[in-house]
Ligand binder design. Structure first.
Ligand code: SF4
Ligand code: SF4
Length: 82
């Protein structure tokens, strides 16, 4: 009972998160940009994560069980950097 974490599968590039995002940003691109090391700050900013309303829809619709919304949320911190 202790572990309730869903096993995450790789992104299948279905674009469901993109199609369903109510503010028209691209959660999967944001996620992929956040994975690159070091993170390309200019690229993150250009993807407009600050428009995200934290609705959580991208996470809900992802067939691979990826918590896309949390990654977008983290990217906002990067986007706010000077
Ligand atoms: S949590 Fe943010 S990125 Fe995800 S669908 Fe909602 S507004 Fe779009
Ligand atoms: S919904 Fe999930 S699997 Fe589909 S493109 Fe977005 S992150 Fe990838």
């Amino acid at each position: 009972m202790a572990e309730s974490m869903k096993k995450e599968q790789p992104c299948i590039r279905c674009a469901e998160c993109v199609n369903r995002c109510p503010v028209g940003i691209n959660p999967v691109f944001i996620m992929n940009t956040m994975k690159s090391m070091p993170v390309d700050k200019a690229k993150v900013k250009a993807l407009d994560p600050l428009k995200c309303t934290d609705c959580g829809i991208c996470t809900q619709v992802c067939p691979s069980g990826i918590d896309v919304a949390t990654i977008v949320k983290r990217s906002k911190v990067i986007a706010k950097l000077p």
